[in-house]
Ligand binder design. Sequence first.
Ligand code: NAD
Length: 273
Amino acid sequence: MADEKNKVSYGTGVNINLKGKTALVTGSSSGLGMEIAKYLARTGASVAIHYHSEKQQAEQVAAEINSNGGKAAVFGGDVSSQSDVQNIFQSIDEKLGPLDILVNNAGIDGKRQLCGEDNPEDWVRVIGINLMGPYYCSREAVKRMKKNGHGVIINITSVHEFLPWSGYTAYCSAKAGLSMFTKTLAQEVSESGIRVVSVAPGAIKTPINKDVWGNPDTYRDLLTKIAMPRMGETKDIAEAVTFLVSDMASYITGTTLVVDGGMLLYPAFKHGG
Ligand code: NAD
C-alpha cells in the first residue's frame, strides 16, 4: 500500500514553500536583489531587505512585502566592512530570528580601467564589495547555520566568472574568486547541512548596466553577445534563486547555475563561418 506521507496528487502543480524560513538578500534595495527578495517573500520566507545607500528604496520594498501579507524588515550597512556586517547579522537575529538563507547579491562593476592606467584604490573597492563582502556575510551565516544544522548560501557571481572582460580585471577576478569560494565553502560545510551555490547571470536589465541598455547603439551590440534574442529580466534570476534555496535543490551544492540566455555559447558562431 502507498505510504500516506509520500502520496502525491497529479495535476495540482508543484509549489515552493519557504514558510518559517528567514532570508537575507544583500543589496535588495535595487535590481536583482530587490526581485529575489520579493520572490522569497512570496514563497513565505521572512526577508531581511538590505541596503547600502538607498534607504528609502529599501523601505519601499519592505513596505510592499508587508502590505501584501509577507514579512520584511530593513537593515543597512556596507558589506565590505566587517563590523557593519556583524551589526547587520546581530540586528537580524534580534528582529527576524535565526537565518536560514543568505543571498550574497550586493555588488558593483566599477569603472572601466585598463591595468596599469587604473587606480588601485578602485580595484580594491571592487574586490572589497564583490569578494570580501560575501566572505564576511558567509562567515556570519555559517556560524548561525551550523548551530541550526541547515542553511543555504547563494553567491551571485556573473558570466564573468568564466568570461574575460577588458577593462574590468577587478570585477572578473572578484567573480571568479567568488566562484571558487562557493566550491571550497560548500566542501567545508557539506556535513553541516549547509549548501552553497553560485548563480551566474548574463546581461540582466538593471540599474548596474543602464548605460548599455539605455543607448540604442550599445544595446544593439549587447544583443549580438547573447544567443537568445533578448536581455535577461530580473525575474529570470529570482526564479533560479528561489528554486536553488528550496528543498527541490537539496542535492545541489558547490556548483554554478548559469542564467545567461546563452551568452557563454559563443553566439558569434551561431551562423557558422
Ligand atoms: P544594482 O546596481 O541594481 O544593485 C546592486 C546592489 O548592491 C544595490 O542594492 C547596492 O545598494 C548594493 N551595494 C553596492 N555597494 C554596496 C556596498 N558597499 N555594501 C552593500 N551593498 C552594496 O545591480 P544588479 O544588476 O542588481 O546587481 C546585483 C548583483 O548581480 C551584483 O553582484 C552584480 O555583479 C551581479 N550581476 C548583475 C548582472 C546584470 O546584468 N545586472 C550580471 C551579472 C552579475
